[in-house]
Design a binder for this molecule. Structure first.
Ligand code: AMP
Length: 399
């Protein structure tokens, strides 16, 4: 199957060839013809499957084929994070390079000036995070009355991040007559309900359920005491000649701590998390992408949707307590046929997390026993539970 068999027009085919894409991914094969026909779509797919191009390509084609002069925002893509918003906008730039479509991106945490100026110049495609979009609608810088296509991206994340009310407010504003494309990696009941309320006779496409994605990734587990995790990370980065790596920590504070520990040993490192300014996050990301830093430390929220081509190594420095998050994290490596390595540390407090992850992926993660910081003490599920029940500082335990 080639892109041209999907009925895609020449200027887009040329742009895809420029990007080095030869074959459409499964979600692209399924979704592109349906969206071109004008169907509503419910897509169950996570980042890494090529879902951005699956909606961006037919949208660009729809706009490029319009004969009359376009005016007003015709397409809105709503996405939960700034990073994801920027990447989607970059995808429109790449795939729409040889068309005349105009697109821009708006997100919070930065001055609105440049965003408002771009809006004033006129756009066909607006990529936005919910808060800033509502803000600019209230200030009358955004008018969605001409909207024809609405894309809701990562709907389950919107729910996780507490944006669902903003999303519902926006849905009440946009025209009822429109084409809607709805994407979510998982379908909890509240998201299913939202999809039912938004879509009209949708086509359904689903790709790579989590457990099959992770099978392609080389996974390793190291049991290690919490206090030895910095040394073990350093050992693996330096002695095992691991190149660039994305390292996940549970907290922002934890991320900063690891950065300091690695920098002390002259490993080029930076962190991205919610306490960093938008500029600092973008700089860290581009330094990582172009090889100026070896290690990027991230929390889940900040890393969501980050698109880094050919990422070889992912570390779960702290195991996540939501097992699906493990799948999301390690799914960032081993993309588009590349091989990937996922290394996880399990300490005395995260045995329960490990059990839940292994239950979800349906297999045991192979354990590496031979390393300089072997676990000492008791590793029991009970220890993990007790640790999680420890009251937070300033919080009193109730009896
Ligand atoms: P996404 O799931 O949209 O975040 O895309 C994941 C990655 O796959 C991005 O780096 C895209 O540039 C890349 N990609 C998307 N479609 C294709 C394709 N047909 N061939 C090769 N790479 C692709």
């Amino acid at each position: 199957m080639a892109f041209k068999n999907l009925g895609i027009i020449d200027p887009i085919l040329k742009a895809l060839a420029n990007e080095g894409y030869t074959t459409p991914t499964p979600i692209q094969q399924q979704a592109i013809p349906l969206v071109l026909q004008g169907r509503d779509l419910l897509g169950c797919a996570q980042t890494g499957t090529g879902k951005t191009a699956a909606f961006a390509i037919p949208i660009i084609q729809h706009l490029a084929e319009k004969k009359q002069i376009r005016s007003g925002i015709k397409t809105l893509i709503l996405t939960p994070t700034r990073e994801l918003a920027i990447q989607i906008d970059e995808s429109f730039a790449a795939y729409g390079k040889f068309t005349n479509i105009k697109h821009t991106v708006i997100f919070g945490g930065v001055s609105q000036l440049h965003q408002v100026n771009a809006l004033k110049r006129g756009v066909d495609v607006l990529v936005a995070t919910p808060g800033r979009l509502l803000d600019l609608i209230n200030q009358r810088f955004v008018d969605l009355r001409q909207l024809e296509i609405f894309v809701l991206d990562e709907a389950d994340r919107m729910l996780d991040m507490g944006f669902i009310h903003d999303v519902k407010k926006l849905i009440a504003i946009i025209p009822a007559k429109r084409q809607t494309l709805f994407f979510s990696a998982t379908m909890p009941p509240e998201i299913q309900k939202l999809a039912d309320s938004l879509l009209t006779k949708p086509a359904f496409v689903e790709v790579t359920p989590p457990s099959s994605t992770v099978d392609k990734i080389d996974q390793h587990l190291y049991y290690v005491n919490k206090g030895n995790k910095p040394e073990l990370l350093l050992h693996l980065l330096q002695k095992k000649k691991i190149g660039s790596a994305l390292v996940f920590t549970k907290t922002k504070h934890g991320a900063d701590k690891v950065v300091k520990q690695l920098q002390k040993e002259h490993v080029k490192t930076a962190a991205i998390h919610g306490n960093k300014s938008q500029n600092a996050r973008q700089n860290a990301l581009s330094d990582f992408k172009n090889g100026k830093i070896q290690v990027l430390i991230a929390t889940d929220i900040a890393a969501r949707g980050i698109d880094i081509d050919e990422l070889a190594n992912v570390f779960n420095y702290d195991l996540p307590n939501i097992p699906e998050t493990y799948v999301h994290r390690i799914g960032r490596t081993g993309r588009a046929g590349n091989s990937g390595i996922a290394i996880s540390f399990c300490d005395e407090e995260t045995v329960k997390e490990l059990k839940d992850i292994e239950k979800l992926i349906g297999k045991k993660i192979p354990v590496v026993e031979d390393h300089p910081y072997p676990f000492k003490g008791t590793l029991s599920e009970k220890a993990g539970e007790l640790a999680r029940k420890k009251p937070k500082q300033g919080q009193r335990r109730r009896y």
